[in-house]
Design a protein around this ligand. Structure first.
Ligand SMILES: Cc1cc2nc3c(=O)[nH]c(=O)nc-3n(C[C@H](O)[C@H](O)[C@H](O)COP(=O)(O)O)c2cc1C
Length: 203
């Protein structure tokens, strides 16, 4: 049904978002990638300083070079490494302009990137937010001027897998793949992480 995707509530979108590490090899229109940056651009920012800049990477050769700078899914390496035919088809690199802010930018980046990731879900896209990247290599590959701090990278593409979230079992938050190659992502239970007033339970 036309536009039915947009009927998803914010809450539903939040629950639908999962880190995707297998992508269809379909090109993403540039306007769609710019829309993701647009969503990041208007996120809440400390003192409204907005120190973040974004590099959209969709050049074929660069995609291959950037792929080599990434460490995927540490708990289950190499089981979740994207294979040929399922690699990301775009990236957005998050930069911090150190002339605007030199420290304390992680919260700003978190706020902006989450906007980006959720908008991607709404657009039918899958993402992986990546911190384990070779920043020195990426800086050289993209000729990034020294004033920029390389924060994190978001890998993007149309999803080719459907990971599931589940309540944490046996005190393990480690994601895993089942015999059908489906990724399971344990989340701490609501009742274990929410307290009321002065009733904080240390367990
Ligand atoms: C700041 C940050 C850095 C991350 N870095 C990596 C990474 O380097 N490699 C990777 O495969 N996943 C990375 N992830 C994705 C997490 O592994 C993922 O969010 C987590 O397993 C929970 O899965 P979910 O996103 O589906 O809820 C990162 C996530 C965040 C928020």
């Amino acid at each position: 049904m036309k536009g039915s995707r947009n009927k998803m509530s914010v809450f539903e979108t939040i629950f639908k978002r999962r880190t995707i590490r297998s992508f269809k090899q379909e090109v993403i229109p540039v306007e769609k990638l710019k829309k993701l940056v647009d969503a990041a651009r208007v996120a809440p920012q400390s003192a409204n300083l907005q120190p973040l800049k974004y590099v959209i990477i969709n050049d074929k050769e660069l995609l291959e070079s950037i792929f080599k700078t990434i460490a995927w899914a540490g708990y289950i390496r190499p089981a979740a490494d994207p294979q040929d035919g399922e690699k990301p088809v775009a990236y957005i690199l998050i930069l911090v302009d150190s002339e605007i802010k030199k420290e304390g930018y992680d919260v700003d980046a978190g706020s902006a990137v989450e906007n980006l990731l959720l908008t991607a879900v709404e657009e039918g896209l899958g993402t992986a937010w990546l911190g384990a990247i070779d920043r020195k290599r990426i800086k050289g590959l993209l000729n990034i001027p020294d004033k920029y701090i390389l924060h994190t990278l978001v890998a993007i593409g149309y999803p080719n897998e459907t990971p599931v979230i589940e309540d944490e079992k046996e005190n393990s938050i480690k994601y895993y793949k089942d015999i059908n190659n489906v990724l399971h992502v344990p989340k701490r239970k609501l009742e274990d992480i929410v307290f009321f007033n002065n009733k904080i339970i240390d367990n």
